[in-house]
Design a binder for this molecule. Structure first.
Ligand SMILES: C[S@@+](CC[C@H](N)C(=O)[O-])C[C@H]1O[C@@H](n2cnc3c(N)ncnc32)[C@H](O)[C@@H]1O
Length: 250
């Protein structure tokens, strides 16, 4: 762990411009950096407020990465961390890494049976991150999003604890064509049961307020719904991704 000098102006500028740079990812928090390194991120810069705390976290939570972490992370004061990102993470660790190139065509033609998660115009960054996190845990083939929101936004990365590096995550222009079955996951669909999802399915989830678009519902090969107690209208987006992915695994 190396100490950074007192003039941190360049560092602050670098982190602030990285937030707007679509080739870079800003990682906030120890877990985000840990997962990014574990899943092969090319880390360009990493700083921590407290080198002793970083060593403790690495020893407790990432012994596999302890060497890599102490070699890469420089120490700066907590007040500097607070200038680098809008909300300093509790662990006092922030980093910049390169975003990987995602070959969407290759993701779509991947022959593995794992499903691919499609989020139609997701609105909240935390939700997007939580979807990526659970998709990584369930070993899904990837997460694709439509709409204006960047799935690699720092807040989404924070919500995913950096697990964007564990599977392909990309924004796409439109619902993909191809040979994967398109399954609309919608409260009005047929009750979800084990085996209801065909191999290599694209599982489409709708936007938080309005659900799936009519166009997607019409195009879908099937609609599945998670049965709910009467009176409950819907589940949270990331919760439904978790239920559907893990319902087919347990
Ligand atoms: C918060 S919900 C949208 C609620 C919207 N008013 C609707 O009725 O679809 C966001 C997305 O989560 C998924 N979802 C939520 N609850 C669900 C359920 N019980 N069954 C299937 N999908 C569900 C759907 O993909 C939905 O579009």
């Amino acid at each position: 762990v190396t100490e950074v000098g007192t003039d941190t102006t360049g560092l602050v500028r670098r982190y602030r411009s990285a937030r707007r740079d679509r080739s870079l990812a800003v990682l906030e928090g120890f877990h985000a950096l840990k997962h990014a390194l574990r899943f092969g991120a090319q880390v360009e810069d990493a700083v921590a407020a407290d080198s002793e705390e970083l060593k403790r976290l690495a020893a407790d939570l990432a012994p596999d990465l302890a060497g890599a972490l102490s070699a890469r992370v420089a120490t700066v004061g907590l007040e500097t961390i607070a200038e680098l990102v809008p909300q300093a993470p509790r662990t006092g660790v922030v980093a910049i890494a390169r975003r990987p190139e995602v070959d969407v065509a290759a993701v779509l033609t991947d022959e593995r049976t794992a499903p691919l998660v499609l989020l139609e115009e997701p609105r909240t960054m935390g939700n997007m991150g939580a979807c990526v996190r659970v998709a990584a845990a369930a070993d899904a083939a990837g997460v694709l999003t439509t709409g204006d929101n960047d799935p690699w936004h720092p807040d989404a990365l924070r919500g995913a604890a950096g697990l964007h590096y564990a599977l392909p995550v990309a924004a796409i222009e439109a619902v993909p064509q191809g040979d994967r079955p398109l399954i609309a996951v919608d409260p009005g669909g047929e009750d979800l049961r084990r085996g209801a999802i065909p191999p290599r399915a694209i599982l489409a989830f709708g936007t938080e307020r309005h659900g799936l678009s009519d166009a997607l519902l019409e195009r879908a090969d099937a609609r599945v719904g998670i049965p709910m107690r009467e009176g409950v209208s819907s589940l949270n987006l990331a919760t439904s991704v978790a239920v559907v992915l893990f319902s087919q695994r347990v």
